[in-house]
Design a protein around this ligand. Structure first.
Ligand code: CO8
Length: 258
């Protein structure tokens, strides 16, 4: 499918989806969100793809929901239209690992979109924020729920109530991002993380993703049981036999997702 607001590139097992509305700092309008939902669903279904990278430009991952598009909306239009839902549903449904590679602004819906991914790699120029309070609204696609899970209540409240931005160094220190690299290395770093993930058994990757995500949804006891059942179930796979044999035989495993 031809997209106008995103660029999709599939190379070496990795699909890279680049948000591409440079004139609006990749603000998330309904067209972009629809295209993003479609591209994520396609990448997840594409057998060649083993990991997905979501990124923006050097200046902006995404500066939030499109304020021009939203500004005149009524409550009823927002309530019935819910134009964010297809994209948020699509991100939530992706079973393959999704890395957010963030440079520049990741604000409002942009910060929320990055937090929906499995982990965030940031460039030194990344700036995260939930500045919706400055517009007389609050976050609407998970910012009040996910940010405290990443950085704790104190910083989450600070950011949502003051609208201040968090730079990459603070974001890494606070647990919002997993790595920070110079801006020129961002895509190489994301590609190399994606390539590492793509080498693994997809069965184990999906199980790991499901188990970690379950930690945020349930009690410790239930989460531990869920993890143990997934762990046990992987012994029904050829990839477990291959992975452990390869270790013992001191060779590289050849996983086949079986
Ligand atoms: N929406 C629309 N256009 C935008 C946005 C945006 N969020 N952000 C930037 N732009 C546009 C600007 O209007 C400008 O366009 P133009 O050249 O036509 O005037 C262009 O991008 C460049 O922006 P600036 O000139 O402002 O660039 P600066 O480098 O001076 O500033 C900033 C960069 C600091 C990022 C600044 O643009 C800014 O503050 N942007 C808005 C950030 C913001 O408030 N984001 C939150 C939006 S609300 C939201 O995300 C809610 C999500 C949940 C909704 C759920 C609904 C169901």
């Amino acid at each position: 499918m031809a997209y106008e607001t995103i660029i999709v590139d599939v190379e070496d097992d990795v699909a890279t989806i680049t948000l591409n509305r440079p004139d609006a700092l990749n603000a998330l309008n309904s067209q972009l969100l629809g295209e993003l939902a479609q591209a994520l669903t396609e990448a997840d279904a594409n057998e060649k793809v083993r990991c997905i990278i979501l990124t923006g430009s050097a200046k902006a991952f995404a500066a939030g929901a499109d304020i021009k598009e939203m500004s005149e909306k009524t409550f009823v239009e927002m309530f019935l239209g819910d134009f964010f839902e297809p994209a948020t549903e699509a991100v939530a449904k992706v079973r393959k690992p999704v890395i957010a590679a963030v440079s520049g602004y990741a604000l409002g819906g942009g910060c929320e979109l990055a937090m929906m991914c499995d982990f965030i790699i940031a460039s030194e120029t990344a700036k995260f924020g939930q500045p919706e309070i400055n517009l007389g609204v609050i976050a609407g696609i998970g910012g009040t729920q996910r940010l405290p899970r990443y950085v704790g209540k104190a910083k989450a409240m600070d950011m949502h109530l003051t609208g201040r931005f968090m730079d990459a160094e603070e974001a890494e220190r606070s647990g919002l991002v997993s790595r920070v690299v110079p801006v020129k290395q961002l895509m190489d770093e994301a590609q190399s993380a994606a390539a590492k993930i793509a080498e693994k058994s997809m069965l184990a990757s999906i199980a790991a993703k499901q188990a970690v995500n379950r930690a945020f949804e349930t009690t410790l006891d239930e989460g531990l049981l869920f993890e143990r059942r997934l762990f046990h179930s992987l012994f029904a796979t050829e990839d477990q036999k291959e992975g452990m044999s390869a270790f013992l035989e001191k060779r590289t495993p050849q996983f086949r997702d079986r």
